[in-house]
Design a binder for this molecule. Structure first.
Ligand SMILES: Cc1ncc(COP(=O)(O)O)c(C=O)c1O
Length: 405
């Protein structure tokens, strides 16, 4: 059963390509080659635009760097998939030592678990019938699935639903860590919730988590360190209270790409996500040894565009606009003199100054996106490249329709 599910999930992306190839004759040449995995001589130049390109060498460097950090510090890594929503990519993270994955939605959790990945940790509490039913069903199918609560009301509802279904759920307590969007108050309220989970017959207390989203993009390493430590203080106090009360705390989870080298000592595992790709927002936060550019991880993801019109001085039009989530803060790869502007749903504008190199009609321009989570959510696939050569295609399966959001 599990094997069949896995196979079906893995096949879904390619089946999508196959369907597209059958129904859309304009794309049949390229699409049928992709289905056959015939990448011979296929280069970035052959791709439709706008399209999303992953530089495999840089992605592997980033993933290896995080794996080495994990080995050196003992801090485990359970990377967040909201940034990439790709089973292929997640499996490579697991291959390089990740102990599981963190997810933002039940659909991402189902997708990753259905693909056979163990240790999926859903970091948003299930509220409402649909989420609770699916969380319980997933826990029954996959005993390694973990989820959070930040409210005793949801703990009660989960206990009831688990009892009715004959399931046992592994539950962590989500403690407030500076982001008002979620997390129970630290200290006594967190302790009481942990006790409630622990004493519920169909729930098992797995650990505690606290996500300091405000720290992740704080500019300057010292500022970021202070912000992260301040935000996590309540979480650590709650952990101590739980331990003193004899509660099992198997893990303390949190952290981000911006704080991965700040949090050892506070957390036992990291939920970093963006490090695999990086974006222009993250590159500006400054590193411990590099400021103002954050150089710990490399920008491996770009949006490939084409110059489609050039009738005015010092500017040209590209075929990526609002629908492709173009932003004025995007940056052109290898062309630091270029300024990006939105022009409409399907169009973007690139501008430069007198004396800068003119772009040519038909020229390809790769843009570093500003916010990875948003950009990857509007594309169907990563074209995976080594240099100019396309070597693979990974479907972004986590965005394939409402049920998979
Ligand atoms: C709960 C949670 N954990 C971890 C992350 C990953 O953070 P980053 O992509 O900054 O590494 C996010 C990102 O928004 C998040 O919401």
């Amino acid at each position: 059963m599990t094997t069949r599910r896995n196979l079906l999930t893995a096949a879904a992306g390619l089946a999508g390509l196959a369907r597209a190839a059958k129904t859309d004759s304009r794309l049949s040449d390229l699409e049928s080659r992709l289905v056959r995995r015939d990448f011979r001589g296929l280069t970035k130049e052959d791709l439709p635009t706008p399209s999303m390109i992953l530089d495999l060498d840089l992605f592997e460097k980033n993933t290896r760097h995080m794996a080495e950090h994990s080995k050196a510090t003992g801090l485990k890594i359970r990377p967040h998939v909201k940034v990439h929503k790709s089973v292929d990519l997640a499996k490579r993270q697991i291959g390089l030592g990740a102990i599981g994955l963190t997810t933002a939605t039940i659909a991402e959790s189902e997708l990753m678990s259905g693909a056979g990945i163990k240790g999926v940790f859903w970091t948003r509490q299930p509220a409402g019938k649909n989420n609770i039913t699916r969380a319980v069903a997933l826990s029954k199918r996959d005993a390694t699935f973990l989820l959070v609560v930040d409210d005793p009301i949801i703990a009660d509802q989960l206990e009831q639903a688990a009892a009715a279904a004959g399931a046992r759920l592994s539950v962590a307590v989500d403690v407030y860590a500076g982001l008002t969007r979620h997390g129970i108050e630290a200290g006594e309220p967190a302790l009481q919730l942990a006790q409630k989970v622990h004493s519920s017959k169909h729930l098992r207390l797995a650990g505690l988590m606290g996500y300091s989203g405000g720290a992740s993009h704080t500019r300057g390493f010292e500022n970021r360190r202070k912000k992260s430590q301040g935000d996590l203080a309540g979480l650590l106090q709650s952990v101590e209270l739980c331990k003193k009360s004899g509660l099992p705390v198997h893990f303390i989870s949190g952290g981000s790409t911006g704080t991965y080298n700040i949090d050892p000592g506070s957390l036992t595992e990291l939920q970093c996500g963006s490090y695999v790709f990086m974006d222009t927002g993250y590159r500006k936060i400054g590193g411990q040894t590099s400021d103002p550019v954050y150089e710990d991880f490399h920008a491996s993801l770009t949006v490939m565009t084409t110059v489609v019109s050039k009738r005015h001085k010092n500017q040209c039009t590209i075929d990526a606009g609002n629908k492709a989530l173009l932003r004025p803060t995007d940056e052109a790869k290898g062309m630091p003199w270029i300024q990006v502007e939105n022009q409409g749903a399907e169009y973007g504008l690139l501008k430069w100054k007198d004396g800068d190199r003119d772009l040519r009609l038909g020229e390809r321009v790769e843009l570093y996106p500003t916010n990875l989570d948003m950009s990857t959510n509007v594309y169907d696939r990563y074209y995976v490249a080594r240099g100019e050569q396309i070597v693979d295609v990974w479907p972004i399966m986590g965005r394939g329709g409402a049920a998979q959001r």
